[in-house]
Design a protein around this ligand. Structure first.
Ligand code: F6P
Length: 540
């Protein structure tokens, strides 16, 4: 289908959805009351993840309209193109083959063979660290790993390492440094013995300002502790697709783990960027993570669109974004160890879908990416949930629950799950004016007092959510969960007709950052805006 026909289908589909939304007024309470089978009908399960999407503003006709649109844009063919390695990143002329990073069984393609070699390299390296045969400059084994990276070279491995705490080995501790604020590196290094510390410089491009500066400072820290220049190789390894730049930095060729331009930064935790996961949790856990993601890939590739978890989640958000004036989505993992999940998802979703032109470079006539935010449940309940319940904006929520307890405090786990379920129930049900008045009168308020106070206690309800359930928080389920969101974002890009795999917008800030840095202590060019010149003077 050519791009003009696609654009026409998209405009027509959005118009149909809008008119459907305006014609049919319904409440979630009514939808549940009229259909006792709704929760069972609007839920599905794949690769260890159960999705209940029944608390959404969906009627049969809504879903049909959304699925018709998916057919019109040939979504299944677009999914096949992604997974088969077509050059779908059209502005950078490359495939987006993160799914090849989690292949299972014998490697079949050139990409998979390269991945298999890299996995062996990671496994051997981890064995040397874990066995203590990799020594630092003083002859002592390495006991601390510091990953220096930012964005995709930090958020994924950091989140997974934190998520899999029970798998942590006790022979090494793994730390992460991302920020160019020196406090990040200094605070992390405080108390670490340089002779037992190894740095992973993780940067696909090996040109990222923050990572290079932190790596240079780390180098000085090791040298200052008595390491000779010719011993630095014992303390630095790199993960990069820019082998020359990593070698120029002084990292030995055999200590550079490859990355490939067909893996986007925000999809890279499955590559050697996941080395901190292997070091913290062991190679077997990393393999389980890959196999969970692979199971979700297989589901994504093969399940019919109407039962396809990533497709359903993307369609539902498309519906809200285009027709319900929704500008943000909140993600609430009810699992302390998934506290970093929202930050990982922010990069994945917002760097992918925050675009204003379509694949052909034409201005979008409809909204695109929305704001992703959230925190671990139940903490959010005592900070921002007020806005979810009584604020003026409709903010769809994704609740993530883990069935098995993640600690030995089983009773607390029951409370945690109760909190999770009750929040989605409260968003759905709300509290009417009548209910609020009645409740107040039952509490002993006079009729007059109840009338005055009740409007403040009204909770509109009718607010949608998904609930995702993992049986347990283990490497397999986590891999599957992350792949689910990756594919949801890809489908989001297809529905919007944009390229979700580039991020040109980030470049301008990088360029200007270098220009401002060069202007420190000198004359700022007169054609710069007065605020920028004023701030330069004030800060330096
Ligand atoms: O600045 C955005 C970005 O390009 C991300 O896409 C990427 O994950 C991050 O920077 C880090 O890039 P690199 O791995 O090349 O250092």
């Amino acid at each position: 289908m050519n791009s003009e026909t696609l654009a026409v289908s998209r405009t027509a589909a959005i118009a149909r959805l809008k008119s459907h939304q305006q014609q049919h007024k319904w409440s979630l309470r009514e939808l549940f009351a009229s259909d006792p089978a709704r929760a069972g009908r609007l839920s599905c399960e794949a690769a260890g993840i159960y999705l209940d999407y029944s608390k959404n503003h969906l009627r049969n006709e809504t879903l049909q309209l959304l699925l018709d649109y998916a057919e019109q844009i040939e979504l299944s063919q677009q999914i096949s193109a992604l997974l088969s390695g077509a050059n779908i990143n059209n502005t950078e002329h490359r495939p987006a083959l993160h799914s090849a990073l989690r292949f299972q069984g014998q490697p079949q393609t050139e990409h998979e063979r390269a991945v298999a070699d890299c996995r062996k390299q990671m496994q051997h390296f981890a064995e040397k660290i874990h066995s203590g045969s990799w020594r630092g400059f003083s002859g002592e084994p390495i006991r601390h790993i510091v990953n220096i990276g930012i964005g995709g070279s930090d958020l994924g491995p950091r989140m997974v390492v934190e998520g899999l705490r029970p798998w942590h080995r006790d022979d090494v501790s793994v730390h992460f440094v991302a920020n160019i604020d020196g406090a990040d590196l200094s605070d992390t290094l405080l108390g670490l013995p340089p002779e037992q510390t190894l740095f992973i410089v993780a940067s696909k491009s090996f040109s990222t300002l923050e990572t290079r500066q932190n790596a240079l400072s780390a180098r000085q820290w090791v040298l200052a502790a008595g390491c000779r220049e010719d011993q630095l190789a014992q303390h630095f390894v790199a993960v990069s697709s820019n082998i020359v730049a990593a070698q120029d930095f002084g990292i030995a060729a055999e200590n550079i783990f490859p990355m490939w331009n067909w893996v986007g930064g925000r999809y890279s935790l499955w590559s050697a960027i996941g080395l901190p996961i292997v070091l913290a949790c062991g190679y077997d856990a990393y393999e389980q993570l890959l196999s969970g993601a692979h199971a979700m890939d297989a589901h994504f590739a093969n399940a019919p669109l109407e039962d396809n978890l990533p497709v359903l989640m993307a369609l539902i958000h498309f519906w809200y974004r285009q027709c319900w004036n929704v500008g943000s989505q909140v993600v609430l993992p009810y699992a302390q160890r998934l506290a970093k999940f929202p930050a990982w998802l922010q990069q994945l979703d917002m760097e992918s879908l925050g675009k204003s032109v379509n694949r052909e470079g034409h201005a979008l006539q409809y909204p695109s990416g929305s704001v992703i935010w959230g925190t671990e449940g139940s903490n959010g309940q005592h900070s921002f949930h007020q806005l979810l319940h009584q604020g003026k904006d409709l903010i769809p929520a994704d609740f993530i629950a883990v069935r098995e307890p993640t600690s030995e405090l089983h009773e607390q786990h029951q409370w945690l799950l109760a909190c999770c379920i009750s929040q989605s129930q409260a968003l759905l049900r709300g509290k009417s004016l009548h209910e609020a008045r009645q409740e107040l009168e039952e509490q002993g308020y006079t009729h007059r007092e109840a009338h005055a106070l009740a409007p403040h206690k009204v909770v509109p309800g009718n607010r949608p959510s998904n609930t995702l359930v993992l049986q347990r928080l283990d490497p397999y389920s986590l891999g599957s969960l992350l792949a689910l969101y990756e594919h949801k974002v890809f489908v989001g890009g297809c529905l919007l007709g944009i390229n979700p795999f580039d991020q040109w917008g980030v470049e301008l800030g990088k360029l200007l950052g270098a220009q401002i840095h060069a202007a420190i202590g000198g004359e700022a060019p007169p054609d710069w805006d007065a605020s920028t010149r004023n701030l330069l003077e004030r800060l330096f």
